[in-house]
Design a protein around this ligand. Sequence first.
Ligand SMILES: [Zn+2]
Length: 420
Amino acid sequence: MDFIGHGNTVIQERKMNSSEARQLVEKTKQIPISSRVARECIDLAYGFFTPLIGFMNSATLNSVCQEMKLIDGTLWPIPILMDIDKSTIDKNNLKVGEKVILSYEGVPLALMDIEEIYQYEKQKIAQAVLGTTEKKHPGVMMIDQWMDYFIAGPIQLMNEPHFQPPFDRFWFTPLQLHKIFKEKNWKRIVAHQTRNVPHTGHEWLMKGAWFSANGDLSVEKLKTGILVSCIIGPKRIGDYIDEAILLTQQELNDSAYFNPDIHMVSFVLWDMRYAGPKEAILHAIIRSNLGCTHHMFGRDHAGVGSYYDPYDAHRIFDEIPEGSLSIKAIRLLEWFYCPICQEVTYSGLCGHTKERQNFSGTMIRSIIQDKVQPTRLLMRPEVFQTMMQSAEQYGFGSPFCNEKYLKERRPIFILSPVSK
Ligand SMILES: [Zn+2]
């Protein structure tokens, strides 16, 4: 049976078998790609970006920047582009109409049918997508570092990535997830995007979203699941290490803070643009491709600094045309501890506005940095233990990225050589 993704498009994988790939290697030019482009090739090939099937051409880029739509009118907020430098184009004499192999770390990953090679003012992309061209915005910095040309065209995966432990048990393609949700008989699926080790505030965000998504189902139909969808992409010093994020999210399930029947952990390869509201829409699109029916948006989703109002990413869902998304945004306020209520409560509910104690990610980090276990009220003890175990196993002793981790961490996935 067909699974439908964003824009009512059937989700299809774009990959070839290994003998086809071997034949192509013999006669096809190869060009190197960056790790971001490699991640996005994988996303394109498995349908995470449905209905996209390749990197965008200039007409699509224009339409996305100016109207937040693809050429056919489908809602799409963020350009998916492959940058390339002039010397690679010249050296390989790349031409529109030919095929080229995109190779990552020397190994063929995907095949592209070159549709267009073009230039586009990068400042214009930044302004349209991020609302700023200030270099201290990390999304602007990313666009700024792109090479001067773009190369567009549909891609096909030649070589499936092999995800390494502990990533392998959390890697699910959109088609696999659709199938799993069906088997689990989940009627509704709430996506929770995260790049964090969960503290109790995060746990309550998920619980609140679950209540909200499940609230109008009768007990016979009650089957709402939570998909924790971690973002795995480039890391910066001080971020939680990827392994700790995945394993601690799973720990909430293993320790039954979430009934294992209604909760699972997965990840998406994605390089954050920090585009605030526009990125919120993209995240919703990706999760609708995964089969989710609801997506949680907390305070300042995909924001950075003070570029966006903390609730811009909530409001944008009122501004897009009705019916342009097949997933519902669940917009959440803050959960915090109230000493008068003596419980974790919600800013829309509790009236003790002066007494509330917010969960501060920064405060929790500084406690962890000193290897002190936060109180039960802040972080589940099992989550803390799992975090410290993954610090030992994967993080060179720290649950936060340090220089050693960034340089020497085990690869998330490897590619087998494609021999001739
Ligand atoms: Zn209270």
